[in-house]
Design a protein around this ligand. Sequence first.
Ligand code: AMP
Ligand code: MG
Length: 325
Amino acid sequence: MYCLGIEGTAHTISIGLTEGTRPLVTASKMYSPKEGGIHPREAADHHSIHVASLVEEALEKAGMSRKDIGLVAFSQGPGLGPCLRVAATAARALSISIGCPIMGVNHCVAHLEAGALTTDAEDPVLLYASGGNTQVIAFSNGRFRVFGETIDIGIGNMLDKFGRELGMPFPAGPVLEKAAASSDEYIPLPYSVKGMDVSFSGILTAARVLHERGASVEALANSIQETTFAMLVEVTERAMAHIGKEEVLLGGGVARNKRLQEMLEIMARERGARCFVPPPELLVDNGTMIAMTGVLMYDSGLRMKMEETVVNQRFRTDGVEVTWR
Ligand code: AMP
Ligand code: MG
């Protein structure tokens, strides 16, 4: 069965095609605000302008037509309401016009499942580090559970905000990674781990102040990475120890960062665990991971009625009923 997945939780609208859970093609467009952060309405307008042509582009790349599609999956949440509604509306329209089933997918769970499907990880602890989300997730006692998470902003949003104030384009994460690579200087920043949760807003404030006082961008970028990544790795390691899992998986846009990958690999190696990083195109938001997870759900016997396809901005990872694991 071929599945078409639509991702649209935040800045990216993306169409992915899979054969079963095997990725075929992805076609994406990212909204990049001219100034300031993501404006939900503007992002939603961007998505509605591009969604139809991306469907055509993906089908053409795969040499397929609409009638080949056996399932339409879409990101049901969590995310920005207006953006989610564009993806859901497109999915409903496609499902009705093709006459095929529809499946709403939890975005965070899709990062985990697509990562597990494309690496040798089977039952990993996921460190999901993206723009809006930062969570440590694992399957335990019948559900995906959140073992730790940010209590304020996502790590990517923090990097983007800091970069924006320095005049960097969106997304700033990769620009800061380059800057960090050219410095070994470490300036202490507030290390905020609270129980199993993390917090980034204090670090952002501290970095701003240090920059005003003349600290270099390179040294600050390096210090932000070393501090925040150490926090994430610490919480991830404790989750692994607590539930006794020996696999760790990275997901989310920030997971593209080579230093984060390296730190997580060192932690895994030191405790005799295995570390997995999915291919980069699956780390960022993409329709393919939504399609892959939609197929897992469908194949386990789940079916969704049209009235069950309403979006859920605060769709919790542990609110997903897992029938396929
Ligand atoms: P996502 O929300 O998962 O699509 O990921 C987008 C976020 O990933 C943005 O906040 C980016 O700044 C961040 N990002 C992308 N590449 C990198 C990188 N190499 N290092 C750090 N952050 C990154
Ligand atoms: Mg994501």
